[in-house]
Design a protein around this ligand. Sequence first.
Ligand code: SF4
Length: 352
Amino acid sequence: MNTLVATKDASPKKYGNYIDPTKFIPLPENPDVKIARVTERSQYRRCRRQWNYAFREELQPRELDADARTLGTAVHAALAAFYTSMMGYPYDVEDPKDACLRVWADYVDTLDPEQFDLGTNILHGYFPFAEVEDKDFVPEMVEQTLYAPASPGVYLQGTMDLIVRRKSDSTLWILDHKTYRTFLTPEQIEFDDQLIAYIWLARQNGIPVRGAYFNQLRKKVPTKPLLLKNGTLSKNKNIDSDKATYLAEIRLRGFDPKDYADILEVLPDSVFYKREPVIRTNRQLDSFQENLFHETSEMHDPRTPIYPSKTRECIYCDFKQLCRVQEDKGDVENMKQFLYVRTAESPNRRES
Ligand code: SF4
């Protein structure tokens, strides 16, 4: 392990001056109180059977692939260290990048080498992007779990990746890190239901956030330009790359950047990282609260029927084998024992 070490005498600073943790809503100790997580609501809507396996029965595959979601979890942990170390946490690092990369290094055995290399490139590419995009931001809170009553006996739970203050106007914003192969389209953002949940949750807890940003990091390494037979680099303008990658290749091969000024001019600064602000009106927040009431009441009502919702997306489901056996009226319990573990017992526990 390569864990960050806290220095002895500095006192930890967990919140910025614009966050008042005394306003946070405590989760009642009553064991009858139920939790609905922000992240499980979309799964409930997508397929109740999948949600039932994952959240009610808390199952996850015994052999957790080093798949895309595991990479996402690891990148989130590394970014949390990056921003936490900027907040005056007493870590033994000078540079937030070091904090980030040391946490990242802990995942070397969890991820397969290809995924680890991809994540390393994503993080190294993120640093210069953040240097520019974070200029107006001050981290105020990192990876904080909040609760708020959603329906009788049910609390909504959500963990914010990051809350920042914009120096220019002192407004607070949620930053939600997302690792995708391609960026979200404006329509996908319009219909996204997760950020509005975080905005609602933050405001319920006395954090007057103005809105939220999707902090998108593409799960793809920039394409390097091809070396053509005539000994020069391809100037294909449709290349999925950026200025920095192209320039690095020019320098690596000892070419003169002046000979590539035309392509460098048209290549974007970054097509791998993007921030998209999301603002929701008070009316939209009211509608969200009404929908949340119905949804969470339903999720925790034992009379709610559980059934599969089969689509082509089922091929990506962690429970497809179990689901097949259940459809065949086979020995589901036996399969659970051999192929799945309870989430809390899993050595690769995937946080939700
Ligand atoms: S395989 Fe499809 S129908 Fe079955 S649990 Fe998974 S998502 Fe639901």
